[in-house]
Write a protein that binds this ligand. Sequence first.
Ligand SMILES: CC[C@@H](C(=O)O)C(=O)SCCNC(=O)CCNC(=O)[C@H](O)C(C)(C)COP(=O)(O)OP(=O)(O)OC[C@H]1O[C@@H](n2cnc3c(N)ncnc32)[C@H](O)[C@@H]1OP(=O)(O)O
Ligand SMILES: [Co+2]
Length: 134
Amino acid sequence: MIGKLNHVAIAVPDLEAAADLYRNTLGATVSEAVDQPDHGVTTVFIELPNTKIELLHPLGENSPIAGFLAKNPAGGMHHVCYEVDDITAAAEKLKADGLRILGDGNPKIGAHGKPVLFLHPKDLCGTLVELEEV
Ligand SMILES: CC[C@@H](C(=O)O)C(=O)SCCNC(=O)CCNC(=O)[C@H](O)C(C)(C)COP(=O)(O)OP(=O)(O)OC[C@H]1O[C@@H](n2cnc3c(N)ncnc32)[C@H](O)[C@@H]1OP(=O)(O)O
Ligand SMILES: [Co+2]
């Protein structure tokens, strides 16, 4: 069911410093910061030859990444995102297999304008997984 690795997300306490590090020290192609109010985060995307890195910083008072950054104040790897062809079919199969879909259970439009959803980290080897329909 899952296809390509779309991105690996890293939560960071200082988005500008992290973007500078990837741009100037690691020599990567780094986007501008974009607020994602529907997701409670600000994102910066880094283009790599075979995938993307998503830098995440909390936006607003109820950011879903606030707890993670409180536990990991220096930042850390937050989620991996796998591509799927049909997110509704994927969600139905995963629910039938007992995995918990986070939020209201329905896909939302993600940073690339495509439907995304998240699966509980305790159901997937301690790793928060995002699915993106491509
Ligand atoms: C920009 C849009 C989109 C895109 O297109 O790319 C994005 O990427 S948006 C990214 C931000 N959005 C989300 O992460 C949405 C889904 N996440 C959530 O709903 C929450 O973050 C969460 C997974 C439910 C965790 O919320 P939290 O408030 O931290 O809850 P708990 O404290 O109850 O955590 C439960 C349990 O899970 C552990 N945990 C939390 N976060 C992670 C994580 N990222 N990876 C692995 N494990 C995680 C947490 O430590 C708790 O464990 P215990 O302490 O053992 O109970
Ligand atoms: Co993501």
